[in-house]
Design a protein around this ligand. Structure first.
Ligand SMILES: [Zn+2]
Length: 62
């Protein structure tokens, strides 16, 4: 039943098999690379930070 370990990426919302786990959440390989590449001045950067902050908040609550 669980041959493929697909996880829903919190950034793009797609189901991927490769990526990283942060706390209980998952970020796919392509988004992770995108985040590393993203400059602080990039308009996407606050979005990533926002997503990550939600992870830390969730972790603190639970
Ligand atoms: Zn993704």
């Amino acid at each position: 039943m669980q041959e493929e370990h697909k996880h829903t990426c919190i950034v793009c919302g797609l189901e991927k098999t490769e990526g990283i786990h942060i706390v209980t959440q998952f970020i796919c390989d392509s988004c992770e690379r995108e985040m590393v590449r993203t400059d602080v001045k990039d308009e996407k950067y606050p979005f990533y930070i926002h997503q990550l902050k939600q992870l830390w908040i969730q972790d603190n609550i639970s």
